[in-house]
Design a protein around this ligand. Structure first.
Ligand SMILES: Nc1nc2c(ncn2[C@@H]2O[C@H](COP(=O)(O)OP(=O)(O)OP(=O)(O)O)[C@@H](O)[C@H]2O)c(=O)[nH]1
Ligand SMILES: [Mg+2]
Ligand SMILES: [Zn+2]
Length: 313
């Protein structure tokens, strides 16, 4: 029996790296394994070799996974397994930096119970398009580490040093890049591999400054000392699979304040009497951060509540 890890997947044929080697082999999963385990990239599997053909006889239990619950069918769709760290990847130029999107990814990371850091990519193009220092403080206050890098240009000493620090942090881990199409996830992984791997990346569409959805499938990339999972830019980050109660727990920084409102069904809107958030001194940076997060929370809550309860699970 051979132990291996799935690097790429399709319906029944999987590209696997044999443990302890750099050898990649193609293996077909037994029908019952597909049915039972729905193997995905990052899964550990057992292989059997039959006349030069490999077959996956078993998928091992996952430590965690990146998943989505599909409301309509009440099924969970797994995208990648056994992930040590999520790199929420954002661009500081084009596509525009969107704090609201970051909050959505943070919420998911909390739901998946996977540690997260935020990468500000394309720093070579940063021209104060937004208040980066404020965004960093906000993330740091949530306990999230940030890195400013350029995946394209190698002339800037500070940015190179940041990339090296990121590489040092990644040693021994399996990490996944998540973020909008066009922010440079594939380019970042190529840079992290120090030129060992060149992943397909492509220019933004000129008209709309949006990504081209270049990466279509998740895959694991061996970066010598750590592994990176490239993933497609997620088109929809709909939040409809989450219940209102669950949502409060996915904003732990706000959840510690909710009980301070006078009424426990407080909607936290501007004019509401007895709302703790309306008493905050907005001259203080920490309170500005709380209010910013509250706005994200309320937007998401609106979305969550727009799904009828009967359609949720
Ligand atoms: N100037 C600059 N351009 C970058 C940087 N990183 C990526 N790019 C460019 O941004 C474009 C998109 O990069 P990709 O790596 O394809 O982006 P992606 O996030 O993988 O996109 P999808 O696969 O569509 O989800 C390409 O033209 C890259 O060359 C960077 O640090 N600086
Ligand atoms: Mg890509
Ligand atoms: Zn309130």
């Amino acid at each position: 029996m051979i132990k291996a890890k799935i690097y790429r997947s399709s319906k029944r044929v999987f590209e696997c790296q044999i443990e302890g080697t750099k050898e990649l082999v193609s293996a077909t999963a037994l029908r019952e394994v597909v049915k039972r385990s729905h193997p995905v990239v990052g899964d550990y599997v057992h292989l059997n070799k039959n006349n030069d053909e490999y077959e996956i006889t078993e998928a091992l239990e996952r430590s965690n996974s990146i998943f989505r619950r599909i409301v309509r069918t009440n099924k969970t769709k797994h995208i990648a397994a056994n992930v040590d760290l999520i790199l929420i990847t954002a661009s500081v130029s084009k596509p525009d930096y969107k704090p609201f999107l970051i909050d959505r990814y943070l919420l998911r990371a909390t739901q998946w119970e996977i540690p997260v850091i935020v990468i500000f990519n394309k720093m070579d193009e940063f021209d104060n398009q937004f208040d980066l220092e404020y965004e960093k403080k906000k993330l740091h206050s949530l306990g999230v580490t940030t890195f400013e890098v350029s995946s394209k240009f190698k002339e800037n000493e500070t940015l190179n040093k940041n990339m090296d620090e990121l590489i040092a942090l990644l040693q021994g881990k399996t990490a996944i890049c998540l973020g909008q199409s066009g922010v440079g996830k594939s380019k970042l992984i190529s840079a992290l591999s120090k030129g060992e791997i060149e992943l397909l990346s492509s220019r933004l569409s000129k008209k709309v400054d949006k990504g081209a959805h270049t990466t279509t499938w998740a895959q694991v990339v061996d970066c010598n000392g750590f592994e990176m999972i490239d993933s497609p830019g997620i088109r929809s980050l709909a939040i409809q699979d989450i219940s209102t109660d669950e949502l409060d727990h996915l904003f732990p920084d706000l959840n510690i304040h909710f009980h301070k409102c006078k009424f426990n069904n407080c909607t936290h809107e501007d004019h509401i009497k007895g709302c703790y958030f309306n008493t905050l001194d907005m001259d203080l940076l920490e309170n500005q951060i709380i209010m910013d997060r509250l706005i994200s929370y309320m937007k998401i809550k609106d979305e969550v509540e727009s799904v009828p309860e009967w359609d949720k699970d």
